[in-house]
Design a protein around this ligand. Structure first.
Ligand code: URP
Ligand code: ZN
Ligand code: ZN
Length: 453
């Protein structure tokens, strides 16, 4: 049976304006967006007076059940997607990472079968190529038919067998350009990083503070600069993930002004914390790559949002258990790299909008409209007739304090512990279905579906 839902009198938020109005939903889709829709013939009418009505967030950067750092990231597709739903993330794009010898289809199929039947919200995949060879080169042309329009290359993680060298990166970018597949790059300078690590360990500088020192501003800047140069040589568009540094984002700004097509992503942890976190007794929790940088970088990232240099905010959600985070107590290279964030992405960005750090439309642009547009999620990302009714109702007059004990994920720690967000995500609809209402999940765990893009 078709369920018809009407959301009435909300402040509707689009990426370029806001307006008071109503949204009618039927059969998974938004069927009308108008100032005053009569509330007859609906199965459910939701009063959104004095509340914002937003498109669901799209977290374009997550690592669920990712084998990494000698373990597997804490959240699998079930717990990670449950946390996503609680946070108003209605679609996530996970990184499916190639193992030696895998075909591209192997990687995708393995991850699809892990997510199938357990994801609360919709999902798609980027494929991270780690073992490029002639067969992968041949298969690359098929990626769009698999529903995958982006691949990732790590310029680091050599010892983990995940690194793509500069020459291969250029080849992959050339293929990406040819077949309409966007190349996402984790940009840090591996030689600088490895030299730093060797030197620091030999000097017995082993605490997690030295995670930051080993991959400081210079290391990231040098990696970003190289990625930009390689993309220029390949004449290909480039998506730089998780930007954390001032000189890197300024290099991207300059390249964009020079006519290169570059998309820049950052994450809440780089907008909120500074490298001082690595001096605290909780330092291990913040160990992620790239590292969280100094205040000048944090300020530069906010400036880059203002100047439209940053296109997306995603989380790089990749939490590990406290016990695992402690492995690096006497050697920072043994601390698993990654932080949590999927549950509070939208809360963070919307709270910052209410504080005046950006407009509410800008928040929607960065976490919904732009990720949808950049990654070909054509049915997502806007409150527009014909799109999927992925909708968040947000009460700006309430607040939330993030506590790990209340999380919907599997984490036993969080970098966001105790952080207060203005506003509360009250209701989430996914494809026209009431999925979450006041912290209560109303859908089954197999509701999410794979989105080809
Ligand atoms: O520290 C991080 N970011 N872990 C996940 C893998 C990556 O580099 O994105
Ligand atoms: Zn990365
Ligand atoms: Zn990542």
């Amino acid at each position: 049976m078709k369920e018809r839902i009407l959301i009435k009198n909300g402040t509707l938020v689009f990426f370029d304006h806001i307006q008071i109005g109503d949204i009618a939903i039927e059969n998974e889709k938004i069927i009308a967006v108008e100032p005053n829709i009569p509330d007859k013939n609906f199965d459910l009418v939701i009063d959104a007076t004095n509340k914002y009505v937003l498109p669901g967030a799209i977290d374009a950067h997550v690592h669920l059940a990712m084998p990494f750092g000698g373990t597997v990231s804490t959240d699998d597709y079930e717990s990670g997607s449950r946390a996503a739903l609680h946070g108003g993330v209605t679609t996530y794009i996970d990184y499916a990472i190639q193992k030696r010898g895998d075909t591209l289809l192997d990687i995708l199929s393995r991850r699809q079968s892990l997510a199938k039947n357990v994801s609360y919200v919709d999902y798609a995949f980027h494929i991270a190529i780690t073992d490029f060879n002639a067969a992968i080169e041949q298969e690359f042309a098929k990626l769009p038919s698999y529903g995958v329009r982006s691949v990732k290359c790590f310029m680091v993680y050599r010892k983990e067998n995940m690194m793509i060298d500069d020459q291969t990166l250029e080849k992959i970018m050339t293929l990406g350009k040819k077949y309409g597949v966007l190349v996402n790059v984790h940009a840090e300078d591996v030689d600088m990083l490895e030299n730093n690590v060797e030197r620091l360990l030999s000097e017995k500088k082993v605490s997690n503070w030295y995670h930051y020192i080993s991959r400081d501003e210079e290391v990231e800047y040098s990696g970003v600069k190289k990625a930009i140069e390689i993309a220029k040589r390949a004449n290909a568009p480039l998506y730089v993930v998780h930007n954390a540094c001032k000189d890197g984002i300024e290099a991207i700004k300059a390249a964009k002004e020079n006519g290169q097509i570059i998309y820049a992503e950052t994450c809440p942890q780089y907008l909120y914390f500074t490298s001082d976190v690595y001096k605290s007794d909780r330092a291990a929790l913040y160990v992620c790559s790239p590292s969280i940088k100094g205040e000048a970088s944090r300020a530069a990232l906010w400036r880059a949002i203002d100047e439209n240099v940053i296109d997306t905010i995603a989380t790089d959600h990749c939490p590990f258990k406290l016990e695992e985070k402690a492995w690096g107590e006497n050697n920072f290279t043994k601390t698993p790299n990654g932080c949590d964030g999927i549950e509070n992405l939208y809360a963070f960005v919307l709270s910052k909008a209410l504080e005046g750090k950006m407009s509410i439309s800008k928040a929607v642009e960065l976490v919904s409209h732009n990720p949808a547009k950049t990654f070909n999620l054509n049915e997502k990302g806007d409150l527009v007739v014909g799109k999927d009714a992925d909708i968040v109702i947000f009460n700006p007059n309430d607040y939330v304090i993030y506590h790990n004990k209340d999380t919907f994920s599997n984490e036993d720690n969080s970098i966001w512990e105790g952080v207060k967000y203005q506003g509360k995500i009250e209701t989430v609809l996914i494809r026209g279905k009431m999925a979450l209402d006041n912290d209560k999940i109303l859908i089954d765990k197999n509701f999410g579906k794979y989105i080809k893009r």
